[in-house]
Ligand binder design. Structure first.
Ligand code: CFM
Ligand code: HCA
Length: 533
């Protein structure tokens, strides 16, 4: 594997090779520790990164899936068009029918707005949206030019909130260039939702075992499947951040008794703030993979510590597992021993290794686009993370215990008892410890390295996003999108696992790939040769 690393770096100029070397890691056995990887640093100019921008992480990822908030993009129309229904976050509009997700609200900034300022136009847009829909909330998102010309979107939002009276208007300084990736946008979104929305409504859903599900975005209906399973177990989901969510879910999130964190990267800030301000403990869960789903449900059962709940969870697991096992048994003779590569976002490259393991498939290389070292190595590295100019640029908000609403959910003794029995609060070990020794871990993979990896290893399947899809398929390797799910899904929970098994079986066992030859493979004279002057 270290020869592979050398091969990946060989073509780069020395300075680029040095920088990339720190982001490429051969997972070696270390005594009681996890090897260190470079992450959350700037992409090297000139390489074709898989990353997106800060605006995408804020507007598209965190705020996009909430149906009854009008999300107005202050910027050129391209940014709005990009964020318009591309992420496959599904929703169930419910009886009130308030669902603004199919719309693209934009100020459609023009050259003249860049020169003379766009605040007036933004005010008018907020007024127009309010007059048309009377939503509970309006959110405003900054795109790159807003930061460059200095429009004060926060002042405009404050003014409009005051003027409208019954509509919560607030804004996000999530200019695309604000951070090194989508990740900065997650943090900005978390801060503003917590500041302006969480804890503003006390009338929450009733239930005996109340949780929040943080970092689940209902892509391809994953959240629907998880909610179905939770409901069967008798667990009440107060708020999902933010798949299939509504304004009121965020507003009442402080009424839950436990936060369950799915995607650690995008939402761990909210989990921490809910604990500090309201006393709600958090645990890491994972509903990708049938075994992982069962384990997560048991962990929730153990937290509440109620025998009736635990019995019900066991009964649900037993019933749901039967068809999952049958689906597994059917495909495994055909999938066993095959290899996968996963390069996705900030959590799925880890979570989906569980599903591949259930198919008997080995993940030989994986990496995130924009995760931080804690998502690779575990949260114990957080105190030692280097604060650089880019991370300092993202606000860290001060939160303290609420004088009225703070309420410890368990006594110190109960918490200690749970911890002594091996129950881990606010804990995430990251991706690296779960990967085989000798496997490759690569942060912010680029197109050149992706093609090199495929050429060297010829994996049976490669998982990434839309920009990677066709370049990989042209190399004759099946490519599965783990963002949009290639318009399929759900893959979470029990039913999702069975869906995934069947689909991956079809993909890795299709012979079409071996029949396919690119024109330059059949006619070598068509292949281009690079000539360096
Ligand atoms: Fe979390 Fe996500 Fe992901 Fe993510 Fe994303 Fe996504 Fe993703 Mo695309 S919040 S980090 S910023 S799990 S949009 S639903 S699929 S890159 S791995
Ligand atoms: C984003 C959204 C994205 C892109 C997916 C892809 C998603 O980062 O802006 O590259 O295919 O999941 O929709 O991650």
């Amino acid at each position: 594997a270290s020869a592979v690393k050398e091969e990946l770096l060989k073509k780069y100029p020395p300075k680029v090779a040095r920088k990339r070397a720190a982001s490429i890691l051969v997972n070696e056995a270390l005594e009681n520790s996890t090897p260190e990887i470079q992450a959350n640093v700037r992409t090297i100019p000139g390489v074709i990164t898989m990353r997106g921008c800060t605006y995408a992480g804020c507007k598209g990822v965190i705020m996009g899936p909430t149906r009854d908030i009008v999300n107005i993009v202050h910027g050129p129309i391209g940014c709005s068009f990009y964020a318009w229904l591309t992420r496959r976050n599904q929703t169930d509009p419910g009886p009130d029918g308030q669902n603004y997700m199919p719309y693209a609200f934009s100020t459609d900034m023009q050259d003249s707005d860049i020169i003379f300022g766009g605040e007036k136009k933004l005010k008018a847009a907020i007024q127009e949206a309010y007059d048309l829909f009377h939503p509970k909330g309006i959110c405003v998102f900054a795109t790159c030019p807003v930061g460059l010309i200095g429009d004060d979107i926060h002042a405009v939002s404050r003014e409009m909130k005051e003027k409208l009276g019954d509509c919560n208007v607030f804004a996000f300084s999530c200019e695309g260039y604000k951070g090194v990736s989508q990740s900065a946008g997650h943090h900005i979104a978390n801060n503003q939702v917590f500041r302006h929305l969480v804890g503003t409504e006390d009338r929450a859903k009733e239930g005996e075992y109340k949780i929040n599900l943080l970092g689940e975005y209902n892509i391809g209906g994953d959240g629907f499947e998880i909610d179905r399973v939770l409901k069967r177990c008798g667990i009440t989901n107060i708020a999902t951040f933010s798949g299939n969510s509504s304004y009121d879910q965020f507003a009442t999130a402080h009424k839950a008794d436990l936060s369950c964190v799915m995607c650690h990267r995008s939402i761990n800030y909210v989990a921490d703030m809910l604990e500090t301000k309201y006393g709600i403990p958090w645990i890491k869960v994972n509903f990708i993979g049938a075994e992982a789903t069962a384990k997560s449900l048991r962990k929730i059962g153990q937290y509440f510590g109620d025998k009736a709940l635990q019995d019900r969870i066991e009964a649900v697991i037993a019933e749901e597992m039967a068809p999952v096992k049958a689906a597994q048994a059917e495909v495994r003779p055909r999938t066993q021993g095959k290899t996968a590569m996963l390069f996705v976002g900030g959590s799925r490259a880890h979570h989906y290794q569980e599903l591949f393991a259930e198919l008997g498939m080995k993940t030989i290389a994986a990496g995130y686009e924009f995760a931080h070292r804690d998502d690779y190595e575990g949260r114990q590295v957080i105190p030692n993370l280097k604060v650089d100019a880019d991370s300092r640029n993202i606000e860290e908000i001060e939160v303290s215990a609420d004088p009225v609403a703070y309420k410890p959910r368990k006594s110190a003794g109960e918490m200690q008892g749970l911890e002594e029995s091996g129950f881990a609060f606010k804990d995430y070990d990251g991706m690296i410890p779960d990967m085989d020794k000798g496997s490759l871990v690569i942060d912010d993979l680029n197109q050149y390295e992706a093609e090199k990896l495929v050429e060297i290893f010829k994996p049976d399947i490669f998982c990434a996003g839309i920009k990677e899809k066709y370049s990989i398929q042209k190399l004759g390797i099946p490519m599965k999108q783990l963002h949009s799910y290639d318009y399929g899904g759900p893959y979470a929970g029990f039913k999702g696992a069975a869906n995934f098994y069947r689909e991956i079986d079809r993909m890795v066992n299709s012979r079409v790939w071996s029949y396919m030859k690119a024109p330059w493979q059949e006619n070598p004279e068509l292949s281009a040769t690079y000539v360096w002057e």
